[in-house]
Design a protein around this ligand. Sequence first.
Ligand code: PEP
Ligand code: MN
Length: 372
Amino acid sequence: MILILTSNTDPQSADYLQLMAHLAGLDGIKTRVHVERGAEQTLTEIYLIGNTKALDLGDMQSLPCVERVVRVSEEYRILGRHKDDPRPAHFEYNGVKFSQDTLNVFAGLCAVDNPEHVELMLKALKENGQVCTRMGAYKPRTSPYAFQGHGKNCLPYVFELAGKYGIKVIAMEITHESHLHEIRAALQQTGNPTGVMLQIGTRNTQNFELLKIVGRQQEFPVLLKRGFGITLDESLNAAEYLASEGNRNVVFGLRGMKTNMGDPHRNLVDFAHVPVVKRLTRMPVCIDPSHSAGTRAAGPDGIQDIMHVTAQGVIAGANMILVDFHPAPVKALVDGPQALLLKELPQFLEDVQIAREAYLKRLALQQRYQNV
Ligand code: PEP
Ligand code: MN
C-alpha cells in the first residue's frame, strides 16, 4: 500500500508526526518513506510493507497529510503499474525527458578507445541533432585477457568532449561502486559539462549489492539491462531493487536473450516484450539492437538486421535505443563487427523516424477504434 501525501508536506509538522506515530503503531507493518524533490514541489510517498490487506482504505485515506491511497499488488510495488495509480511515470534528467511516450536515441561507442574516435563520434551526433550517446569506460569482458576499458582515465576527455558537442546524457556501464565515485569525481573535476545515465549490464542484472548501491543515489538515472539468461519477471524485480532503495528513475533495457536459438544473431531478439514491460511497469523501455542482433549482416533488401530489429522495437513503442557506432570499426577494441559506421548515422536516424511515425499512427488508429 502506498500513501501519497499532499505535496510539500513538512516532515516537521504536527500532522506529519502524528501520521508517522500512527503508522508506527500498526502491527506487522513497516514503513519506507520516499521523497521526490522537483523544481516546484516536493512529493512524499510512504510505502507500507507487511500485512496491508488488513488495512482499510478509507481509514488510511482519513489520516493526516494523506491525499491518496493506492493498494499495490505484490509485484513491482514501486515501478509497477497499479490500478488507479496517479504516480508520475516519467522523469527528466539534464533537460532530457524519459517516459513511456518519448523516444531517445543513444548512439555511440561500445567502448571508448581514444579521444580522436570519441570526438569523431560526438561531432557526428551533433551534426545529426543528437544530445545523447553511449560511451563504455568499464567493460565486463568474457576473457580476463581482453581489453577491460580505459576506466577512470578516459572520463575527463569523454565528459569534456561531450560538453563541447552539446551532449546531455551519456549511458555508461558501471560494474562496481568505485566506478560511481570515479564518474562523480570526473564530472565535478570537468565542471559538469554533461550528464551520465548509469548502465547496469546484463551480466550484473542480479548483482543485488550493486543494485542497492546504485539505487541509493538519486543523482544519476539508471539503465538496467535485462538479464540474458533469467526470466522477465526476475529482471523486473531487479529493477525494483533500484526503486526500493530510492532511485526510481529507471529505464529498462531489452538486449536479447542468450540462446543458440537466435543464431546467427548474437542473441535472440526480444523486442516483442516492449509492450509487455510497458504494461507491467511504468518504466520507459530501451532496446539495444546492437547487442541483440550483433551483426552488420543485411537482408536481401540491403537493410541491415540491426536496422530491421530497431524498427521492430520502435514500431512497438520503444522509448530509447542504445546502439553501437564506431568511426573505424576494424580498429574498435570491443564489438567492432556489430558497429554501424558514422556515414550510416543519418540513414539510421531517418529509419527510426519512419518507424516512430508508424507507431504514432498505430496509436492514433487504436484510439480511433476503441471509441467506436
Ligand atoms: C553494452 O551495452 O556495452 C553491453 C555490454 O551490453 P550488455 O550488458 O547488454 O551485454
Ligand atoms: Mn558491446
